[in-house]
Design a binder for this molecule. Structure first.
Ligand code: DAH
Length: 354
């Protein structure tokens, strides 16, 4: 029995891994293990012999089992230590750089403009970018022979010969959304519509796709004075400084009377600064909605009246953030986007000064 004890305790101490340990367990105390076989022999012994050998064998079995268990824990600990030694991580190292995008100035300014006008009670409306020529022109009192149709350098959708659907265009302004909103909601109504518009034009201040925001307010007693107040409040909130405006009599088919609006600015060293100096910069078109436009929108001009305005969003971004060339807005040049883009966390709010 002592031989068995020495043999197994010695081998258990030497076991290199859990598999070797398991083999030893089977060989010693498994069903057909050496110790188990010895225990079976107890039956053949005399009671006196059994009384001596029984407890000894049981003690040996216990001893081997606890040696196996202890070695198992020791092997596991050693394995863990080895892993810990190998798989270490220096948490003080700088992290790997991850690609990070920016918010495009057009998106940022759209948010800013929307926040200011929403605060004044305007809801956001949207319309399709591919528009029928009725919504884009006729309903806005621009009949087919009207020069405004050609002045706007319109993109027409191709039509197969024999396709008799009414002509469609890439909308040349956001004004058709006035008609759609009036038809959908009736009066009174107060909406703005920011969105993409298209004209065949390309130079430093024109791109074939650009952005406008349309405004429309219809009620029983809305006047030009309300328009002026809304725009002055808007410009001051947007530029963060009191901005003087100048209303110049103008002409648009969809408004009567019509006004183009200039904002006060200085031009020094090729830089435009809004809200100072004695220069003027034209930034939008506006007026009192023409009775024919109200009618096209399903609203009775004898009962309702209101103002509308249309403004270039890209232009507003260039002025506020000092961006010189419009074409670069849509070049997708990462250097430009990183320079003029905004952090996703910089959400424009009125209380944050936008
Ligand atoms: N639709 C005009 C344009 O694209 C801008 C405009 C002028 C919109 C006067 C209006 C308005 O709502 O009343 O140039």
């Amino acid at each position: 029995m002592d031989d068995l004890r020495d043999k197994y305790l010695g081998q258990i101490a030497e076991a290199a891994d859990e598999a070797a340990l398991e083999e030893l367990r089977v060989a010693a105390v498994g069903k057909k293990g050496e110790v188990s076989l010895k225990m079976r022999e107890l039956g053949k012994m005399t009671p006196e012999e059994r009384q001596v050998a029984g407890p000894k064998l049981n003690a040996l079995k216990d001893e081997i089992n606890s040696a196996l268990a202890a070695k198992k824990v020791a092997l596991e600990d050693a394995a863990l230590d080895a892993r810990l030694a190998e798989e270490w991580l220096d948490v003080t190292l700088p992290s790997r750089e991850r690609p990070r995008g920016t918010i495009h100035p057009v998106s940022q300014v759209t948010e800013e403009v929307t926040a200011i006008l929403a605060d004044m009670g305007f809801a956001v409306a949207e319309g399709p970018q591919i528009e029928s020529d009725w919504y884009n022109f006729d309903a806005l009192n621009i009949p087919s022979h009207h020069p405004a149709r050609t002045e706007m350098d319109t993109f027409y959708m191709a039509r197969a010969t024999g396709d008799n659907r009414p002509p469609h265009v890439l909308r040349t302004h956001t004004s058709p959304v006035q008609i759609r909103s009036m038809q959908e909601h009736g009066a009174p109504i107060r909406i703005i519509c920011p969105g993409r518009v298209y004209r065949a034009d390309y130079d430093q201040t024109h791109t074939p796709m650009f952005h406008q925001v349309e405004g429309l307010a219809i009620d029983k007693d809305i006047s030009m004075a309300n328009l002026k107040w809304v725009l002055e409040e808007f410009f001051s909130a947007y530029f963060g400084t009191k901005v003087k405006t100048r209303f110049r009599a103008s002409h648009f088919p969809f408004t009567e009377p019509s006004a183009e609006v200039d904002i006060q600015c200085s031009f020094e060293g090729g830089q435009v600064k809004v809200g100072e100096g004695d220069g003027w910069l034209e930034v939008l078109g506006s007026g009192m909605v023409h009775p024919k436009v109200l009618e096209a929108g399903g609203i009775d001009p004898a009962e309702w009246q209101g103002f509308a305005f249309g403004m270039g969003i890209d232009r507003m971004a260039m002025l506020k953030y000092g961006i010189p060339d419009l074409r670069a807005f849509f070049d997708s040049d990462l250097r430009w986007l990183r320079h003029y883009g905004f952090s996703a966390l910089q959400v424009p709010t009125l209380h944050g000064g936008l």
